[in-house]
Design a protein. Structure first.
Length: 123
């Protein structure tokens, strides 16, 4: 089981980079601060879908714990991004500001804690 957990954590780390850096479009990023906007929903859905693939291959696609964990991730990820984007806009933070990077790193910390909660719930 320890090897499986390390594999899941590694796959989530790779998945997060791919979805947040390589696959996130300007449309998704620029609209995450608007509650219910398709941009944020698309971004979060891609995260949840790829997590479902990872967890599904390992633990079973339709097991209740996998489905619940992915639903949890969808809402957690959506609102983490929503609040981060609103905070940076409200305070007019840009990459030139040190506080922008503090908020961005905190955002990533919350995403990874979400993954740990998902894994803990499943095991």
């Amino acid at each position: 089981m320890n090897t499986t957990l390390l594999i899941v954590i590694g796959l989530f780390t790779i998945k997060h980079f791919i979805m947040d850096v390589l696959c996130q479009t300007p449309y998704q990023f620029q609209h995450k601060h608007i509650l219910g906007h398709p941009g944020g929903i698309i971004h979060t859905s891609l995260h949840a879908f790829t997590s479902w693939l990872i967890l599904g291959f390992i633990f079973g696609f339709l097991t209740h714990v996998v489905v619940i964990a992915v639903i949890f991730e969808f809402f957690a990820h959506y609102f983490i991004d929503f609040f981060k984007r609103n905070f940076t806009l409200m305070h007019k933070l840009t990459p030139a500001d040190l506080n922008y990077w503090y908020v961005s790193i905190f955002d990533q910390l919350l995403h990874y804690l979400t993954y740990f909660c998902m894994i803990y719930y499943i095991i």
